[in-house]
Write a protein that binds this ligand. Structure first.
Ligand SMILES: [Zn+2]
Length: 212
């Protein structure tokens, strides 16, 4: 790769770069390392930053083109994997990676696959995914809207895999972003609510009045 003709590089002042670290996922202000550079005539400032979280210290490259900032590795959506089975986490992480890199159709297919993995893990059986989702709905306790939306997520994944869209107007950041957020809520309900309840119960006194 060559640098385009007509630009020279100048040292420039360090600007604060904030964002969600692609590695530890904390929302941070990155520390600068090295010198930021400005490519004259291009409007692009670029440089390196390091995550301030001591256990992380992920290095990122960034470029700021007229206040639109991109990271490499890309900034990722937040996700708490605590309590979620590894097989489900692995599939969902693929969806988050594809989304972060702007591969929205592939992300939608990976979100659909996450639902399939959840069905597997929960023992919800059926020949097709819609039958397995129906079986899952019978087995688990979740708010009605979350149960209903599983079929929409399935359809979004189907649309993503075909040239002709059947149910959605598009498979872009808004549609896939909503599917990712809803899948996180489904996982919270299935895998994380119990441990939160247990955490609060563990903080209660062991003996006490039976009523107040
Ligand atoms: Zn980090």
């Amino acid at each position: 790769m060559k640098r385009a003709k007509g630009h020279s590089l100048q040292n420039t002042t360090h600007q604060p770069i904030e964002g969600r670290c692609p590695s530890c996922r904390h929302q941070v202000t990155f520390n600068h390392i090295g010198q930021d550079l400005y490519a004259t005539g291009s409007g692009v400032v670029f440089g390196f930053r390091i995550c301030p979280t001591p256990a992380c210290q992920q290095i990122i490259a960034y470029a700021d083109r007229e206040h639109v900032i991109n990271f490499w590795p890309a900034e990722r959506l937040d996700f708490d994997p605590n309590g979620v089975p590894d097989t489900v986490v692995d599939t969902f992480e693929e969806a988050l990676t594809c989304y972060a890199e702007g591969c929205f159709r592939t992300a939608a297919m990976a979100v659909r696959l996450t639902l399939e993995t959840i069905c597997d893990e929960q023992g919800a059986e059926g020949e097709k995914l819609f039958q397995r989702i129906d079986a899952l709905v019978e087995k688990v306790v979740l708010p009605k809207q979350l149960l209903e939306v599983m079929h929409d997520i399935r359809w979004l994944g189907n649309d993503a895999a075909h040239i002709e869209l059947k149910k959605f107007k598009g498979v872009g950041p808004e549609e896939v972003g909503a599917a990712i957020e809803l899948t996180k809520e489904i996982m919270k309900g299935l895998y994380q609510l119990d441990s939160l309840v247990q955490r609060l119960r563990a903080l209660k006194k062991t003996e006490g009045p039976s009523a107040s």
